[in-house]
Design a binder for this molecule. Structure first.
Ligand code: KG4
Ligand code: ZN
Length: 333
């Protein structure tokens, strides 16, 4: 089964052709991220206009590169949310138009579920991942712990009460003067230049000892602001302790949940799952506890239509065109 997927939830316009959920045939992604760097954040209206500009050329390029025709394609999949409404609408309407004119079924996909399937776009992983699995989604908009009982069977068990993990990274990068837009990776690079710091433990580890599986990162960001204002601790040491705090909290809560729900596999997804310190901590803890951890390949941690196609294949909930709508507030319930 070949699925053509479209992902336009934020500032990436991405389209992909994937066979049987695991074999990537071809993909094309255009991004308006450079424009948002100038304004220090995504301006939704600008992102939506860029989606409109990119969507047709991206789809044209995809079809030309793949040399497939509409007759080779079995279904159309599209991200319906969460995300920016103006951006989502562009992808959803493009997908509906293709579905209608090519007479192909349409599969709506939750963006967060898509992130999980970054782990499945590879036959090797597919054979190794066992259910139930615990999923940690860490992106710019979400920090969610989800129990995956099977494909299509997800149970939300906890999430952020305020800032998402990626958002905390980005806001802290801005406070430290590292970057005004999507500074998470740069903050981590700076943090990783040192391996220890005499200021280790200065920042709080929010909710680390709480028994629930919720997270709170906004207080951490405020604590960083206070340190920056005092101007007593070097920037690199603040970055180091910030990353330690986030990684320690994510690791503790995820492995506690893995134990409580008796899972053998942990899957990570979302932009922050590219973080090397997080991967190292999860690798170490999983070795200690005899669990298996899976990460999406680095190029599939950020937003991409490849895993939207994969999620659509493993969750074939075909919908009527009239039922498919962009929904920015969608989560996992
Ligand atoms: O999943 P994603 O591409 O977009 C959303 O769906 O939100 O995630 C983007 C987030 C941004 O906050 C970005 O700074 C963060 O992921 N990010 C990182 C790293 N790479 C991306 N945060 C920490 N360390 C990284 N290496
Ligand atoms: Zn995302």
């Amino acid at each position: 089964m070949i699925i053509l997927a479209i992902e336009t939830s934020c500032d990436e316009t991405s389209a992909a052709l994937v066979q049987n959920g695991v074999h990537e045939i071809c993909s094309v992604t255009s991004s308006s991220a450079k424009l948002h760097e100038k304004t220090g954040g995504v301006v939704p209206e600008v992102a939506a206009r860029k989606q409109l500009e990119f969507i047709v050329p991206v789809l044209q390029e995809l079809l030309e590169k793949s040399r497939l025709t509409k007759d080779d394609i079995d279904a159309i999949a599209v991200t319906i949310g969460p995300g920016l409404i103006g951006s989502l609408i562009v992808g959803v309407e493009a997908a509906k138009s293709l579905s209608l004119s090519w007479e192909k079924p349409l599969i709506p996909v939750n963006h967060l579920v898509g992130h999980i399937y970054g782990n499945f776009v590879d036959n090797t992983n597919l054979e190794k991942i066992t259910f139930p699995a615990l999923v940690l989604i860490v992106s710019g908009g979400h920090t969610d712990l989800v129990l995956m009982k099977e494909h299509c069977q997800l149970q939300y068990i906890g999430g952020t009460l305020d800032d998402a993990c990626g958002e905390a990274y980005d806001k802290t990068a801005r406070l430290l003067g590292i970057s005004d837009y999507l500074g998470g990776a740069k903050l981590s690079e700076l943090a990783r230049k040192i391996t220890k710091s005499k200021y280790y433990g200065t920042l709080p580890r929010p909710k680390i000892h709480d028994k629930d599986y919720d997270f709170s990162f906004s207080g951490l960001k405020t604590a960083v602001r206070r340190l920056v204002e005092k101007n007593e601790i070097p920037q690199q040491d603040i970055a180091f302790d910030f990353e330690k705090s986030v990684v320690e909290v994510l690791t503790k809560k995820t492995f506690n949940a893995a134990q409580e729900y008796n899972v053998k596999c942990i899957l990570l997804g979302g932009g922050v799952s590219a973080n090397l310190s997080l991967r190292e901590a999860f690798d170490k803890q999983s070795t200690d506890e005899g669990l298996q951890v899976f990460y999406p390949p680095l190029r599939l941690c950020g937003d991409n239509a490849i895993y939207i196609a994969s999620a659509a294949f493993f969750n074939q909930n075909f919908a009527k065109l009239s039922e498919v709508e962009a929904d920015p507030s969608l989560g996992i319930v």
